[in-house]
Write a protein that binds this ligand. Structure first.
Ligand SMILES: [Zn+2]
Length: 85
C-alpha cells in the first residue's frame, strides 16, 4: 500500500485512508474523488448554462423570426434551393 504525506500536517498516511490520523483532513484518494465530483458538477453547470444560452440567444430569436413550425425557415429555403438546381 502506497504511503503519502498529508498536505496539512505532513504525516505519513496510506493513499486510500479515509482521513489523516493526525489532523483528520480527508485522505488523498477521497480528496481526489471529491475533486472529480466537483469538476463533474462544474462541467454539468457549464453544459446547462451553454444549453440555456443556446435556447435564449439562438432558438428563441429563430422562433420569433420564423414561428414555431418553421414558416419560411431553413427547411423550406433548402428545398427551394434543391428545386432550382
Ligand atoms: Zn494531516
Amino acid at each position: 500500500m502506497a504511503l503519502v504525506t498529508c498536505h496539512i500536517s505532513y504525516t505519513k498516511l496510506a493513499y486510500d485512508a479515509p482521513n489523516c490520523p493526525k489532523c483528520g483532513t480527508l485522505g488523498p484518494k477521497l480528496r481526489k474523488t471529491k475533486k472529480l465530483i466537483l469538476y463533474l458538477r462544474l462541467f454539468g453547470f457549464v453544459v446547462i448554462v451553454a444549453l440555456l444560452g443556446y435556447i435564449w440567444f439562438v432558438l428563441i430569436p429563430k422562433i420569433k423570426l420564423h414561428g414555431l413550425f418553421n414558416k419560411g425557415g431553413q427547411i423550406q429555403q433548402v428545398s427551394i434551393k434543391l428545386l432550382s438546381v
